[in-house]
Design a protein around this ligand. Structure first.
Ligand code: 2HG
Ligand code: ZN
Length: 476
């Protein structure tokens, strides 16, 4: 059922022409995910510019019992921000709430609105001599609201934790349109349940995050990065352990790439090249950073890698000798998603296992995928230091995308069986969204699913916030 015309008129009156989109041409990009897997419909896209306007939008929608789909940069990997196909839901975009409200170098905090992109937030921190150590491949588009709503992880989780570890305070519009101002910036604040943490990772199903206070760090004075070729996944673990012993406080990234994954980048992304003398079966990108000037991170890393070479843990290594080279190394890692998109249809498995189980995961999940779809291109990569692998499967060369995607469910199930047997998670850092609610019951006990459901019902009794995401839809 479409939202009533009177509601649309009320929104128009509230937000004015700059605050909404109604032309199907303009609303279409907000109703499709970037992977092109989901194609929803929305009669209107709300674009409030202030928290007060978000409050009014939610009040109007709640009174008319029309569901809202909060949306940030729309970079979800799991269809988390796409409205339903039947046009019954309305997209509420947070992108115009894009102010940095305050930054405090003494307190090491920044207070910013939901629509500030992660990249803009990083840049703002850097301009103040500070550091927001939260980094994901989509940071130029993803915004703070979405990053927090999905508890994004990314490249520096190993050292600094997931998005939730950055959050000191939140401002949230609740399902009935009331406003919770929890924008506190205290390191210690034991006053009952940690409400802010309920909203982090709730994927827009419990409330709409409009602003946040995040913890910052002093800017790094030094960085050192290396790109290494590895003989095996076991060697990757040995190297990780070595680097942690070497300097755990400075090790901010340990990213894994398979030979197949890197090959796709080198094939599909312009101006990329292997920085090593010869190819290897596995690769890692390592980064160290710290705020102490003159810490000698580069020479230290070089010595640790020389010892690793001696022990056969690595085959070859390249140390970044300039900022341009460090950026080039990171491009090889960060362009994996884009390269895989250009290579055809893919089935994404954002999974995690205990770190020691990574070699088993890679071997067994690859065997399971090959058994189901001979010729499938297995191109895992990701945040090895966190036990989080993007176990992505790309359609066999020359196969039709449709027939490959028709195998998506059995492929994900086969990978999930391996993950389950290794005590892992089917949803590591991308969230559950619309893709994964059916997997919940396989991985979580009825008691745990019931706890999730009871929290949802307590905060959104009418089921008006992002229906069908995170939890399976219950039709009234
Ligand atoms: C990354 O680590 C992102 O680059 C994207 O989480 C992963 O494309 C993917 O599956
Ligand atoms: Zn990732």
């Amino acid at each position: 059922m479409m939202p009533p015309a009177s509601l649309i008129v009320a929104f128009e009156r509230l937000l004015g022409p700059a605050g909404l989109l109604t032309d199907p041409h303009d609303t279409a990009p907000f109703a499709t995910d970037w992977r092109g897997l989901y194609h929803g419909r929305t009669a209107i896209v709300l674009r409030p510019a202030t928290t007060a306007e978000v409050v009014e939008c939610v009040r109007l929608a709640a009174a008319a019992r029309v569901p809202l789909v909060p949306q940030g940069g729309n970079t979800s990997m799991v269809g988390g921000a796409v409205p339903a196909e039947d046009g019954s839901e309305i997209v509420l975009s947070l992108c115009r709430l894009d102010r940095v409200r305050a930054i405090d170098p003494l307190d090491l905090t920044v207070t910013l609105e939901a629509g500030v992109t992660l990249k803009a937030a990083q840049d703002r921190a850097a301009a103040a001599g500070l550091w927001l150590p939260l980094s994901i491949s989509s940071e130029g588009t993803a915004d703070i609201g979405g990053v927090l709503a999905t508890n994004a992880g990314g490249n520096n989780t190993l050292r600094f934790g997931n998005a939730r570890e950055r959050v000191l305070g939140l401002e949230v519009v609740l399902a009935d349109g009331s406003l919770w101002n929890g924008l506190r910036r205290l390191r210690k604040d034991n006053t009952g349940y940690a409400l802010r943490q309920l909203f982090v990772g709730s994927e827009g199903t419990l409330g709409i995050i409009t602003a946040a206070v995040l913890r910052l760090e002093p800017a790094p004075a030094e960085r050192a990065a290396a790109f290494v070729g590895l003989p095996s996944a076991e060697a990757a673990l040995a190297l990780l352990a070595r680097l942690q012993r070497h300097d755990a406080a400075a090790l901010i990234a340990f990213e894994y790439m398979s030979a197949a994954g890197l090959e796709l980048v080198l094939t599909h992304i312009a101006a990329t090249r292997l920085p090593l003398a010869r190819p290897a079966p596995h690769y890692a990108l390592i980064e160290l950073a710290g705020s102490r000037p003159g810490a000698g991170l580069g020479p230290g890393l070089e010595a640790a890698l020389a010892a690793a070479l001696e022990e056969g843990e690595i085959i070859d290594a390249a140390l970044a000798s300039s900022e341009a080279q460090r950026t080039a190394f990171w491009r090889l890692r960060e362009e994996h998603s884009e390269a895989q998109k250009l290579a055809g249809a893919s089935v994404k498995n954002d999974i995690s296992v205990p770190v020691p189980a990574i070699p088993d995961l890679l071997r067994r999940a690859a065997a399971a995928a090959h058994a189901l779809v001979p010729g499938v291109r297995v191109a895992p990569f990701g945040h090895l230091g966190d036990g989080n692998i993007h176990f992505n499967l790309i359609q066999p060369e020359g196969a039709s995308s449709e027939s490959f995607l028709a195998q998506g469910e059995p492929l994900m199930e086969a990978v999930n069986e391996v993950v389950l047997s290794l005590d892992g998670s089917f949803s590591a850092e991308h969230g559950i969204g619309r893709l994964k609610p059916p997997m919940l019951a396989r991985f979580r006990s009825p008691t745990e699913v019931s706890l999730l459901r009871r929290i949802k019902t307590a905060l959104d009794p009418e089921g008006l916030l992002n229906p069908g995401k995170l939890l399976p839809m219950i039709r009234p």
